[in-house]
Design a protein around this ligand. Structure first.
Ligand SMILES: Cc1cc2nc3c(=O)[nH]c(=O)nc-3n(C[C@H](O)[C@H](O)[C@H](O)COP(=O)(O)O)c2cc1C
Length: 165
């Protein structure tokens, strides 16, 4: 299985990238395969050079190929202006509309307020609906307060509390 850990963060360090990595690590414990990571802080400057897929350079084509070749995508974004990041949207504007059909997608986001958690349901999930991808019903949303130094607090199954790692 090709697992893609895709994070829409546009700066580092990033809570979103940490959350997506944690989800990928957990998934990797259950599914055998290879994990590839893409962070928009690195990918976006390459992709913004192309407004259409036919304008992508070699590096940009490799980024889009990684998205289109993944079997499972963990797609995370910071909430920006009550939506997912524009950098993440630009990446998906360059993905072939047929390429994600039937693929499994895990949705994740980080934000400053719990009021914007539904961004996942009202904006990120419909994006993958357009692609006919299969989004996992439960989405992951974490607040700034759920992190210490941009690393997520760990959920302790026994005490059922969030703890610093
Ligand atoms: C430009 C900007 C816009 C933001 N807009 C929102 C917002 O609309 N709603 C929200 O809950 N948080 C908002 N935030 C807070 C970020 O979503 C939050 O800090 C997030 O964890 C940042 O992720 P990162 O560490 O991966 O960059 C915004 C932050 C920035 C810098």
């Amino acid at each position: 299985m090709n697992i893609l850990a895709l994070s829409g963060n546009v700066k580092r360090p990033s809570r979103t990238a940490s959350l997506v990595k944690m989800a990928a690590d957990r998934l990797r414990q259950r599914v055998s395969g290879h994990v590839q990571s893409i962070e928009l802080v690195v990918a976006a400057p390459v992709l913004f050079g192309a407004l259409r897929a036919d304008q992508l350079d070699t590096e940009g084509k490799a980024i889009i190929a990684a998205v289109q070749g993944a079997d499972i995508i963990i797609a995370g974004s910071p909430v920006y202006r009550a939506s997912y990041s524009g950098a993440l949207k630009h990446l998906f504007d360059l993905v072939d509309y047929r390429a994600l059909t039937g693929k499994c997608v895990v949705l994740a986001a980080t934000g400053g307020t719990p009021l914007h958690g539904l961004m996942l349901e009202h904006q990120l999930r419909p994006l993958f609906g357009f692609f006919n991808a299969m989004t996992v019903p439960t989405a992951i949303y974490a607040l700034e307060a759920d992190f210490t130094a941009h690393e997520p607090l760990q959920y302790d199954d026994r005490s059922r509390e969030l703890k610093r790692s």
